[in-house]
Design a protein around this ligand. Structure first.
Ligand code: FAD
Length: 507
């Protein structure tokens, strides 16, 4: 290992990291009081430059998807990263900073000193995060991770953004953890479908006839995309989008120049519209709302995103409901209840998901078929749930929120509590969405606000908007303001007045 002179101590600010380069490696220098730390410069989740993140309350927040790390030791605090930052040896000599070119070894696999078996059903966002968190938090017993998809859990958020646009082939969608990780951490992946649960006897049944006993289990089966029961919905060019296989089927069918009709104006519908349009299809969205995404983002941002779509050639059709998909053997059109026909070569239904809880017949369900959990993500004795299937209390209100990072935060809380902890959700929900090369960030959760104010123009990013209720920030929406949103992701954990938020933003 060789030490390299990379910066002067005086050049490093207290409020943000400094990126330096050693060979091909980006290294982040961070001030911790009067000391310095050197960490890997790119987020282990998706490779964001961490020097562009925010340093606040002893934590570094990633600019892209808001993973958080302790500045003291690089330890993981919040997903979507699933591992801590690699640390590099550092010395200060005469005001100059010297950093080693090899990271310090960090062996974290707990010894197999525990006779218990913990089972996780579903290896998606929540399930994979929970498996990693159990080991990170020191669990030495068996960890079984069951999924009906054969491949390790992968980043499904890319499917609607970069896969059906034909930019990333389906089999190149990155796994959440690599094979070495599962092997080193002794996480046993089981390829099977869970078909039943006996919570009293702590037993899961699999479709291959096996029965698996557990000491604690986490249910993380996610959402199943809704399919409209229309005549013609079984034609081969009618799709939904949830899995890599769904994306592959869409790609096998879609050809530039074809006509796609997307039923629904959900986030996935609008992202898919952007991707298929970029792939060269003529895209019509059949929408129920005059302005897409306005319920979450407000009218101004919804209109701006619609304008971006229309400027890129999308047709947004709000008149009429689909009653039939016409065609024999091949889709020809979507017929509406007002008699109109939208010509189509393929149809994508983007009309929401339902919690995938069918195998858990004996558990009580909410109206939407989700499982109700307490603040610690517990369903009942020995059983936890996280992600799209869980209705959990957020600020005292029972909510089910379909966000990637939130599913993983819930999973980390469940993992801590499976190990006897008493953790609760105290964070700020966050998600992102991607349209024609623009990423929109959304922090918080609000269904009713009494004030909204913007800095910048939603039609011409960068911009940030704050939603307030009784003078307190309830949500923020932004585009091209990554560091500001990273800062707010930490600040909004405590009640933050709208005035104070604007002061911090303008600082
Ligand atoms: P999932 O990630 O769906 O994982 C559930 C797993 O359970 C799956 O692997 C499934 O195969 C498995 N499973 C289900 N039933 C069984 C069974 N009976 N037996 C065995 N295994 C089973 N959120 C964002 O915040 N930002 C985004 O940009 C974004 N983009 C998205 C794009 C797309 C195309 C989709 C579909 C979703 C997107 N989301 C996004 C939402 C986000 O992906 C979900 O909220 C998140 O995946 C929920 O995590 P989960 O673990 O609950 O479910």
């Amino acid at each position: 290992m060789t030490l390299h002179r990379v910066a002067r101590f005086a050049d490093i600010s207290e409020h943000r990291g400094l990126e330096v380069q050693i060979g091909d490696n980006q290294i982040l220098l961070l001030k911790v009081g009067e000391q310095l730390r050197a960490y890997q410069g790119q987020c282990p989740h998706a490779g964001a430059p961490l020097a562009e993140g925010a340093v606040c309350n002893g934590r570094l927040t990633c600019p892209w998807h808001k993973a958080q790390f302790r500045i003291e030791d690089g330890g993981l605090c919040e997903p979507p990263a699933l591992e801590s930052l690699k640390r590099y040896p550092l010395e200060i000599r005469d005001g100059e900073v010297w950093v080693g070119d090899q990271s310090l070894q960090d062996t974290h696999t707990p010894p197999a000193d525990d006779a218990r078996t913990f089972v996780i059903v579903g290896a998606g966002a929540a399930g994979t995060a929970a498996a990693a968190a159990l080991r990170e938090k020191g669990f030495g017993g068996r960890v079984l991770l069951i999924d009906r998809e054969n491949a390790p859990g992968y980043d499904r958020t890319l499917l609607s953004k970069f896969v059906i646009s034909a930019e990333t082939p389906p089999d190149e969608v990155p796994s959440l953890c690599d094979e070495d990780f599962y092997r080193e951490q002794r996480i046993e992946r089981i390829h099977a479908e869970v078909t039943g649960l006996d919570a009293t006897n702590r037993t899961l049944r699999l479709n291959d006839g096996r029965a698996i006993q557990y000491d604690a289990a986490l249910l993380a089966t996610g959402g199943a995309p809704n399919r409209l029961a229309l005549p013609g919905a079984d034609l081969p060019q009618v799709f939904v989008l949830r899995t890599r296989a769904d994306a592959q089927q869409i790609l096998d069918s879609a050809k530039p120049g074809q006509r796609a009709v997307i039923i629904g104006d959900s986030f996935i519908a609008m992202e898919s519209a952007s991707s298929l349009r970029q792939y060269g299809l003529d895209v019509t969205v059949l929408a129920r709302h005059p302005v897409p995404l306005a319920k979450q983002f407000g009218e101004a941002v919804g209109k701006a995103i619609l304008a971006l779509h229309e400027a890129n050639g999308l047709v947004f059709h709000t008149d009429g409901e689909a009653v039939q998909i016409e065609g024999t053997n091949k889709v020809q059109a979507v017929l509406l209840d007002n008699g109109q026909r939208l010509p189509a070569d393929l149809v994508l239904m983007g009309v929401g998901v339902s919690p995938a809880t069918d195998p858990f017949a004996d558990l009580p369900k909410e109206k939407d078929r989700s499982l109700s959990v307490d603040g610690g993500m517990r369903v009942t004795g020995g059983l936890w749930a996280a992600g799209d299937i869980a209705t959990f209390p957020l600020n005292g209100q029972p909510l089910r929120i379909e966000h990637w990072r939130l599913a993983q935060q819930q999973a980390r809380i469940a993992a801590a509590n499976m190990l006897g902890g008493d953790e609760h959700y105290l964070d700020v929900p966050y998600f992102w969405t991607w349209h024609f090369g623009k990423n929109y960030d959304y922090l918080g959760h609000t269904e009713a606000w009494d004030e909204v104010e913007f800095e910048g123009d939603p039609f011409n990013p960068p911009f940030i908007g704050l939603f307030g209720k009784n003078g307190v920030v309830t949500a923020a929406v932004a585009c091209d303001r990554e560091q500001t949103v990273a800062m707010l992701a930490e600040r909004m954990k405590q009640p933050l007045s709208v005035d104070e938020a604007w002061r911090l933003i303008r600082e």
